[in-house]
Ligand binder design. Structure first.
Ligand code: TEU
Ligand code: CA
Length: 599
């Protein structure tokens, strides 16, 4: 580790090289660049007291498992006090714990035990909006003269010629329906770009911002956490002229309005303020960056010299097959699309001082094996392994989502709509029912979309073993979400120590990534796109060594050969393989993947 640092530092300052804005020759090593982050969805990870809901003591009981996997940082989904309209992304007190998850003492213990095992821990920072049950909002809505009135965004109604009341703008919220809700008592609308129970905080108000910094950020950093995953980092600043969005959907009274409430004029000023607080500590941040297609806009968030966040989640890959603004209107996509989107940010950050994230799953997405390759029982193990290998050799901080390490797949098409609990899924299905008067074909189509891309697939209980309820809760009657029937075949216990398993392969990938970090993590990415069904890329080190990844993304064998443009690569350089035996130099089996490292 030391050797790499020294070498990179020396080379960065060679006199013949001039540093252009945002441009650097090598990525500067940092602990958070080299870390593997594992996202824990508290309610579905491990239930310690058999009430059917995962909890903090449950996480504590699995810390050894995470360390053995090779995880460096755990990211805990919102554990704050919340009425759970949006699974904790609606916070009613930033300094309290959601009762069923445990106590403040449990959280202190979690932080302490995680650190004691040599891992770090980050929390979710949700400060675009609060819950409508937050005391600030209760006070804000109590009267137009309330001192906290201006902490949220209130506007008068508009009236049409017939005297009918309408919201101040035609904006559509992320969960469907208008972004405005009417408040009877004070006769004004407030804005919420998610659910009505998630009113947006007014970042234009400096007192409100200060209160957020103190209660949501400083309070937890002082407890010793190592950073934050920042929810929707680019929506705090909105356009304050409150104009209508262009009409693109004549069938609906609300319209897509991302441009009105995303990346507003003061966004970088606000993030600089947050950054100033964070810089008092040795921590890192990863921001969620939806609806920002322009690469130079993204750079303003992730270039080190801009001092904003350290990296962002771009959604290009996980949104494949969805219609922008209409997640459940599905479209076809090809392997070519998958390769292009997956590798896009590798290219953008190359030779710059910006950093990327590498991920295919989180609590808002379906399972990667089902979505991008194949969850057919004949293929799913190989498919999960080849994705692990690809992710494990890409540049950026690697994020794993609970269950991804054992290759959990989506719930099956036979699942009835009642099994879907997420507000987004439920709202969508109800909207289709309303709009079509319950037309069976339309409802079938809606259910098919849920089966493919609903957030619920990530939220089912973790599959620990083949006992009742998959070991998520030993003696509970019903877990809050139904356990997938596939838990008998796909679970942690059956994969630990099993050489061909997805779990053991992930461990090998993580070890490999760390051992060859100057290539796998920091190497210069170069896509070699010569074959429709294969994903192949080079990672070049500073010393002329190269790493080469080849992944067969199809369920058919493929003939192939090492790239002739890199003559230093030899068959004997095989360093990692998804197959434990039977590696054929001239052909790749279905979903086979290999990594070669030149010597
Ligand atoms: O997600 C943000 C999110 O879902 C949107 O910004 C999304 O990218 C947009 O709707 C375009 O489709 C975060 C959390 O991850 C999610 O679980 C929460 O529901 C949401 O914020 C609200 O806090
Ligand atoms: Ca519990």
């Amino acid at each position: 580790m030391l050797a790499v640092h020294t070498r990179l530092n020396q080379q960065r300052f060679t006199p013949d090289f001039t540093i252009m804005p945002h441009q650097v020759r090598y990525h500067e090593p940092r602990w958070w660049k080299e870390s593997v982050v594992y996202e824990i969805y508290v309610s579905s990870f491990k239930d310690s007291n058999n009430d059917g809901i995962g909890d903090i003591p449950g996480i504590i009981s699995k810390l050894n498992y995470l360390r053995d996997l090779g995880v460096d940082i755990i990211w805990v989904s919102p554990h704050y006090k919340s009425p759970q309209v949006d699974m904790g992304y609606d916070i009613s007190d930033y300094q309290k714990i959601h009762g069923p998850y445990g106590s403040m003492k449990d959280v202190d213990t979690l932080i302490e035990r995680t650190h004691a095992l040599g891992m770090k821990i980050i929390f979710d920072l949700v400060i675009n909006h609060s819950s409508d049950l937050h005391p600030w909002f209760k006070e804000s809505r109590s009267s137009v003269d309330s001192p906290k009135r201006d902490w949220y965004i209130w506007r008068p109604a508009r009236y049409d010629a017939a005297g009918k009341r309408h919201p101040p703008t035609n904006w559509r919220s992320n969960f469907g329906g208008p972004t405005w809700s009417w408040d009877e008592k004070t006769q004004q609308y407030y804005v919420h770009i998610y659910a009505p129970e998630q009113p947006d905080l007014n970042w234009e108000n400096p007192d409100c911002r200060r209160a957020l910094y103190d209660t949501a950020i400083r309070f937890w950093l002082d407890k010793g956490i190592d950073g934050f995953r920042v929810d929707t980092v680019n929506r705090y600043s909105k356009r304050v002229d409150f104009v209508d969005a262009p009409i693109t959907d004549t069938a609906d009274e609300t319209q897509l309005a991302f441009q009105n409430f995303t990346n507003g004029p003061r966004i970088h000023e606000y993030i600089s303020e947050i950054r100033a607080v964070l810089d008092e500590y040795d921590v890192f941040t990863v921001g969620e960056l939806p609806n920002t297609p322009d690469e130079s806009d993204v750079m303003r968030f992730i270039s080190a010299q801009e001092k904003q966040v350290d990296m962002v989640f771009n959604f290009d890959t996980v949104y494949l097959g969805q219609t922008p603004g209409d997640r459940f209107r599905l479209q076809n996509f090809t392997k070519k699309d998958f390769k292009r989107e997956l590798t896009k940010w590798q290219d953008v950050i190359r030779d710059t001082d910006a950093w990327a994230t590498v991920f295919l799953e989180n609590h808002d997405q379906g399972r990667s094996v089902s979505r991008f390759l194949s969850d057919d029982p004949a293929h799913r193990t190989q498919a999960a392994k080849v994705l692990a290998m690809v992710l494990g050799t890409m540049t950026g901080t690697l994020f794993l989502y609970q269950g991804q390490e054992i290759g959990i797949v989506n719930a099956p098409p036979s699942y009835p709509v009642e099994e879907y609990k997420c507000i987004r899924s439920v709202n969508h299905y109800n909207k289709i029912r309303r709009q079509t008067g319950g037309d069976p074909t339309a409802l079938e189509e809606a259910l098919d979309a849920l089966q493919k891309v609903a957030r619920d697939h990530a939220r089912v209980p973790m599959q620990w073993d083949d006992s009742a309820n998959a070991g998520f809760c030993a003696a509970c009657v019903t877990p809050w979400m139904r356990v997938l029937d596939t838990y008998r075949e796909i679970n942690v216990a059956s994969q630990i120590g099993n050489k061909g398993s997805v779990l053991e392969f992930w461990k090998a990938v993580i070890r490999f990534r760390k051992r060859y970090k100057d290539l796998a993590i920091y190497g210069r990415f170069q896509l070699i796109d010569e074959h429709e069904d294969l994903l192949t890329f080079i990672k070049e080190g500073t010393d002329g060594k190269v790493l080469f990844t080849v992944a067969n993304l199809s369920d058919q064998p493929q003939r192939w050969s090492l790239p002739s443009s890199y003559p230093m690569l030899k068959p004997s350089n095989l360093a990692l393989s998804t197959r434990s035996q039977g590696v054929d130099h001239f052909s790749l089996a279905a979903f086979e993947g290999r990594v070669y490292v030149s010597v």
